[in-house]
Write a protein that binds this ligand. Structure first.
Ligand code: GDG
Length: 745
């Protein structure tokens, strides 16, 4: 019974990917699943079973939802399971699949993400089909999902799915991984506005969003900001009631499988056969037929090599394997015939009856033959013009148990960020490829080994199992972060607890933010005035306790409001302080005025282009306000662009901070913030009761900086480091009034 309970409480892993990783074969009314040996399949398999150190371990079968080429009739009533997986086929009507998979996915997203905008086709029917198909995947998930299940959505075919899941199942954990390059914003913005917004919002339904490289992460973060207004703090996007982690997880391979294959007798004999029948030096490449793989560029580079270095004629064989893919599409047929012609021309121009410079195969290879070629070749020539990661280069390195061979790798492959010891080339530069081949042929064995060792070590340490584990560790860590930031709204009991603590203490300090805390947020910032009731209450509290008004406002505004109040005032986020009773403002000693000249013109330009927005110059900060803008939506977009530009423009040595405030973009010195200012006060007194209330992002510094025993209260339901929340600014008065009610004058 106990066991059963535990079983129920740990969820299952549900993978949703475009394709099911099985061939489903029906024979005599029996269905059999033939599992593909793809990387993702073995990676997720490592997560089941009670493995020590696994970030997600479940003893239950993995659920896999994916498109099936078999018809519904064929599979009706059959149990689709083997020992490790349960398969849940999604049936997509042919006309929908045509516009969805061939259309939106392969005719639009694929070329756009691989920097071929001229090949991108835009068709309204594509997007409609994309939505329909994502819904079909969701419907299938909806049938099987249970509380506690973790869903991992794969790739660009399913970008709307994470948010569909989030809306109906807010508690289930959802991960999303994008396997192809996420493009720079200039390309992404080619999508019509509603499409790009649907894509970004769809992906942001996940808890953890993964890409192969930091560049793709950065491009995605920029798109999220500019398209949907979601800013990020490092790798986190705060969606108010939850956070999303966006990070790079460079996919890898099963290193041991390729490493061990070296000694497999079938591989050994394939290797020997290749070495015996080919020339002295062997170059090898293998990829799917696709314009992103740079197959023609590779041929041109090889042609230039033969032109520039004739001494290598008759001594080299280039084995180029192209695996058939999408070749029913006209564009791919055209590409294939271009390749055929170029290969024919090179062989005719340079070859002779004893020597064929290129051995070209248009077919897929069995695994042992593939590894046989990896281990027989002196050079792997991998030249994509764009590739999310590229696994072939990692497989080549992992297969080289003999620690020999040279990898020539395009800088446009995601893998180039990890494999710095390869000879890195630009695939569009023919001479670069030619020279790299020459360098590889001349490279001494010790140098080959040195480079191979470094790459092999890296891949063996971060193999596909580490990749999966890393992703799931992030999911778990995010849960802890959510727990830390969880909104705990004050209940009557909680409020009473604070009242009692207040009553029982004798040396108290209280920090109050101004806008949104003591005064309501109103359209015109100049008119945000504190009510008489709150004023009276603050005055009463200030008579017996240390009270600090802590705000981002300038000192004139605050002076004017709190004239004659026995309080300390902190203005401009900690830059200026007026201590109680001194009547004198002091500038924070770390402030240096050396930066405004370079930032002001940028802000002014944005203000000019956005009617109603204006720049406020404070003594120690510059603020771009857009609460007063005529067109709020337009202004919000401009604000996001301004934020992005400022964050990229500002050099670290300027020590400036860009704040995405409440309808204001602000730049100030980093040397101080509400946190440093508040902490200085607390450390200078022996307080037995500390309370801070605020509503803004800048108040987070204060919540984080105060001692753990403090009462920190956030107004509203945005995630916060504060320990408690109250719902609205209007409740502040009632809360404070009740807190002090049992303490006399
Ligand atoms: C997408 C992204 C990203 C190929 N031909 C044969 C064969 N293969 C295997 C290779 C390798 C895989 O297929 C190809 O993987 P790539 O990563 O190189 O390329 P894509 O298919 O475009 O994959 C890519 C990847 O997703 C993962 O996130 O790296 O950037 O485009 O494993 O070995 N295997 C056998 N015979 C063949 O003829 N046995």
């Amino acid at each position: 019974m106990e066991n059963l309970k535990q079983e129920e409480s740990t969820g299952r892993l549900i993978i949703v990917a475009y394709r099911l990783p099985f061939k489903i074969i029906r024979e005599d009314d029996q269905v059999q699943l033939f599992q593909n040996s793809g990387g993702l399949v073995s990676a997720v398999l490592s997560l089941v079973g009670d493995k020590v150190g696994s970030a997600f371990s479940s003893t239950k079968k993995i659920q896999w939802i994916g498109f099936s080429e078999n018809s519904r009739e064929e599979l009706e009533g059959q149990s689709l399971a083997n020992e490790q997986f349960e398969a849940h086929p999604v049936f997509i009507p042919e006309d929908v699949n045509e516009n969805y998979y061939e259309g939106f996915c392969n005719n639009l997203i694929w070329p756009l993400c691989h920097y071929f905008p001229s090949l991108a086709l835009f068709d309204d029917a594509y997007f409609d089909a994309y939505k329909t198909a994502n819904q079909l995947f969701f419907d299938k998930l909806d049938e099987i999902i249970r509380p506690g299940d973790v869903v991992w959505v794969q790739d660009y075919q399913l970008m709307l799915l994470p948010n569909m899941i989030r809306e109906k199942y807010p508690v289930n954990k959802v991960g999303f991984f994008f396997h192809i390059p996420f493009p720079s914003f200039e390309l992404f913005r080619m999508l019509p506005v509603p499409w790009r917004k649907a894509v970004i919002d769809g992906i942001l339904g996940a808890d953890v969003v993964g890409f192969h490289t930091n560049d793709y992460v950065e491009y995605f973060l920029k798109a999220a900001r500019l398209v949907s207004g979601h800013g990020n703090k490092l790798h986190y996007i705060n969606m108010s009631n939850r956070i999303v982690k966006v990070d790079s997880f460079p996919i890898s391979i099963d290193f041991d499988k390729f490493d061990n294959a070296y000694d497999d007798p079938k591989v050994e004999s394939a290797r020997n056969e290749a070495r015996q029948s080919l020339k002295e030096k062997i170059i090898f490449s293998v990829d799917r037929l696709d314009y992103s793989k740079g197959i023609r560029h590779r041929l041109y580079g090889y042609q230039r090599f033969l032109e520039t270095y004739p001494e290598w004629h008759e001594k080299v064989s280039f084995v180029m394997v192209v695996v058939p893919s999408r070749d029913t599409i006209e564009q791919y047929q055209q590409m294939k015939s271009d390749i055929d012609q170029t290969v024919g021309k090179i062989n005719a121009d340079f070859g002779n009856i004893y020597w064929q410079p290129i051995i070209y195969q248009y077919r897929s290879m069995p695994y042992h033959e593939l590894v046989g070629m990896y281990t027989a070749s002196d050079v792997a020539l991998i030249t994509p013009v764009r590739d999310g990661m590229n696994l072939v280069c990692k497989e080549y390195v992992a297969s080289r148990k003999d620690r020999k061979g040279v990898l020539i790798l395009s800088e446009m492959a995601g893998a180039a960020a990890e494999l710095g010891e390869a000879l890195i080339i630009n695939p569009l530069d023919r001479q670069d490829i030619a020279d790299a081949i020459k360098q590889a042929f001349d490279m001494p064995e010790e140098e080959q080994t040195k480079r191979m060792d470094a790459m092999r070590e890296r891949i063996s340490e971060y193999d596909v199992f580490a990749w999966t584990n890393d992703f799931f560790t992030q999911m778990t860590m995010l849960e802890q972060e959510h727990e830390r930031l969880r909104q705990v709204f004050l209940t009557n009991k909680g409020i009473d607890g604070i009242r009692r603590a207040y009553e029982a203490s004798s040396n108290r300090i209280l920090f109050f933010d101004y806008d949104g805390t003591l005064a309501p947020i109103v359209p015109d910032p100049a008119k945000a005035i504190i009510s008489e009731d709150v004023k009276k209450l603050i005055l009463e509290i200030a008579k017996r306790d240390t009270v600090i008004i802590i705000s981002g406002r300038d000192r004139y505004f605050l002076d004017n409001l709190f004239v004659d109040f026995p309080v300390h005032i902190i203005a401009e986020h900690g830059a200026l302080i007026k201590s109680k009773g001194t009547g004198k403002w002091e500038l924070n000693e770390s402030y240096e005025e050396n930066w405004k000249e370079s930032i002001r013109p940028i802000m002014e330009l944005y203000a000019k282009r956005c009617p109603g927005a204006f720049v406020e110059e404070k003594e120690t900060a510059l603020a771009w306000h857009y609460r007063t803008a005529d067109d709020k939506e337009y202004a919000t977009r401009r604000a996001q662009e301004l934020l992005w530009q400022l964050k990229n423009y500002i050099q670290p040595e300027l020590n400036l901070q860009v704040i995405d405030g409440n309808k204001v973009v602000e730049v100030k010195k980093t040397a101080f913030n509400k946190g440093t200012a508040a902490r200085a006060f607390v450390e200078n007194g022996d307080y037995d009761f500390v309370l801070a209330i605020g509503d803004d992002t800048t108040d987070e510094d204060m919540f984080e900086a105060l001692p753990d025993t403090s009462y920190t209260i956030k107004i509203g339901d945005d995630l916060s480091a504060a320990r408690n929340h109250i719902r609205s600014q209007e409740e502040v008065f009632h809360f404070l009034n009740f807190m002090v009610s049992s303490v006399g004058e």
